[in-house]
Each structure stands twice: as C-alpha cells, then as structure tokens.
Design a protein around this ligand. Sequence first.
Ligand code: ATP
Ligand code: MG
Length: 363
Amino acid sequence: SSAAAKTLTIGLIPGDGIGKEVIPAGRQVLEALPSSYGLKFNFIDLKAGFDHFQAAGTALPEETLSALRSECQGALFGAVSSPTTKVEGYSSPIVALRKKLNLYANVRPVKSVDNGIDRPVDLVIVRENTEDLYVKEEKTFENPDGTKVAEAIKRITEVASKKIGKMAFEIALRRQALRDLGLKSIHSSPSVTITHKSNVLSLTDGLFRETIRNFYDNHLDKFESIELKEQIVDSMVYKLFREPENFDVIVGPNLYGDILSDGAAALVGSLGLIPSCNVGENFVIGEPCHGSAPDIEGQNIANPIATIRSTAMMLEFLGYDKAAAKIYEAVDANLIENKIISPDLGGTSKTTEVIEDILKRIN
Ligand code: ATP
Ligand code: MG
C-alpha cells in the first residue's frame, strides 16, 4: 500500500534466564513483517529482573518504568527468576508493572495445531488481574483455646468485573472477525463462558457473574452474535479436559483464571508454546507464560514460540490483527511441518534455528 508506515515503539525487557534467549525472537519477527503491513518499529532495550537486582539493587529501575510510560506503545517481557527463599528488598518486577501500568486483564490463548492431535483446542482464558484473593489481605489469630485461624479477603468489585467482562466480549468479537476473514480456524462457535462458584460464594462470585450478565444485556446490540454461557468452576475443569473444543472465550476472577489457564496449557503439550498478554486501558505487555527455566538456560534450546505468539498478541491488542495473524500462521506452519522443532516438543533444533524457520515463513 502507498500509505505512510506507522512507527511503533516497543520496549524489550528480557529479564533473566531464557528470557534473554527468547525476547530477541520477538524483535526479529516484528522486523521481518513485510512492509505491506504498514508497520515500522523502534526498539528500546530495558532492564528488569533478579540479575539486575543483584547488579544494581533494584529489580525494576525507574528508567524502565518511565521509558515504558513516556515512549512505548507496548512491550515484551521475557521472564524473571523467582528466588526460592525470600530475598530482602526484592519483589517481582512483572507484578509491579501490572499494578503500575494498570494492566487489569491477563489474556491467555491456548491453541493446538492440526498435526494429528485428537482433541483440537483453540480457546482463550481471560483472567481478571487486580483483585479477588490476590488483594493479599490475610491475617491470622488464635481461638481462645489457642488453636490458629487464618483468613483472607476475597474482594470482587463491580468496576473490575465489568472491565474484564467487556474485554472478554471484545475478544470474542475479534475472534469472530478473524474466523470471518478465514484467518483463524476456531472449532467452537462464538461464546463467552463465565466461570464462577456463585452457588457457594453468592455475594462475591455472584457479583462477578451478575455484573458480566448485566453488561451483556446492556450491550446486546454489539454482542448479540456472541452466546453468553456460564459454568461453575469445578465442572468447568471437568469440561475443559473432556471437551475443550466446545469453549471459545472463558472469563473468570483472578484465582480461577490462574488455575484454569495452567490446566488448559497442559492440553497442548509444552509450556514453551503458551503466550500471554497483560492488557490495560492504554498499554500492553506480551509475556510468554513460562518462567526463566534455569535448567535449560544458556544452551540455545528454549522454545521461542511462546514469545513469538506473545509478540503477535501484543500487535493484536494494539489493533494490528492482520500483522498478528501473519505471525500466528508462520508459527502454525512450523508446528504442522513438525521438522524444525525444539527439544521440549521432541525435536533436536536450536532456539535460533526455530526462530530462523519462522522468520522465513513471515517474509
Ligand atoms: P521460574 O522460577 O523462573 O518460574 P522455573 O524453574 O519454574 O523458573 P519454568 O520456566 O516455569 O521454570 O519452566 C518449568 C519447566 O518447563 C522447566 O523444566 C523448563 O525447562 C520448561 N520450560 C519452560 N519454558 C520453556 C521453553 N520456552 N522451552 C522449553 N522448555 C521450557
Ligand atoms: Mg515457574
């Protein structure tokens, strides 16, 4: 096209361990996008993580935060090591970033490719990222007889529930548009499934459920093509494993979303395949679901696909669906051919070889 290219500034935060080996893949796939997509990229290398904490005394330097806020439209985050014993002064920089940039949704698509798998999976879990039991308001006390008690607050608000519900319906609508463009093969019909336990927690989970139902009822004009379903969280786990092909978008409060998304990841084989995106009103951070994987660090064998898919998600949330689809398709083609595949999937290829193969399929 003859339209001027749009330039996006993207922060790159490799963090620790294999984060340093996979984040370059994100940069390379963006650079490989053909000019017909009308996008150009500036990259800013930014520091965060445990290694940086040990070197400089802070896990999330002020320069990183201010560059993200003032210069970047989006970012890619690799991984941070989590020390097993508490280290004085250290706290996770990604948790801090989610709070400081108000990234209220954690979106995690789980998708299999058609290479002989018997149960196709192509669903998205939309997890509320700011409240529920994660407000971490816990306390302990003793009964008069000296036995201990511990309590935690489960906080659900109408405001956060409405925002996450809106996000879930918008994702369902976008997936429907991709189906219509023939760019995505999704087996389920368009739906949003609310998962909750309001049969027991009638006030908290009840508010979550009611708020999303009300949002849907008040916006039927926009979302009427999306079916609203609901599933109590325990039977949700059962159905997720028995009939994953029947789910499209699943929305849940923080804790159920956390548990369901790790469970769903197990349906498709390797943690190295699963992307995520932290989404707020005006910022997005793509982030592979895996951690720093110290057991395979420095060997050039980490699977870069989770990061490459997270990069596509970042583009999707910035509004560039077609460029994102190009990247998703390149990854799918690599997986369907099943030849240049990293060891976690049973192959013998190096990280850099998998990246090269995917780049060839993009440009
Ligand atoms: P952290 O404390 O940073 O979370 P971890 O030890 O929990 O590190 P994870 O990164 O969560 O490690 O990984 C769990 C397992 O999955 C490890 O055996 C790791 O090697 C493997 N794994 C994770 N990511 C990948 C990847 N991209 N490619 C291949 N294997 C991976
Ligand atoms: Mg881990």
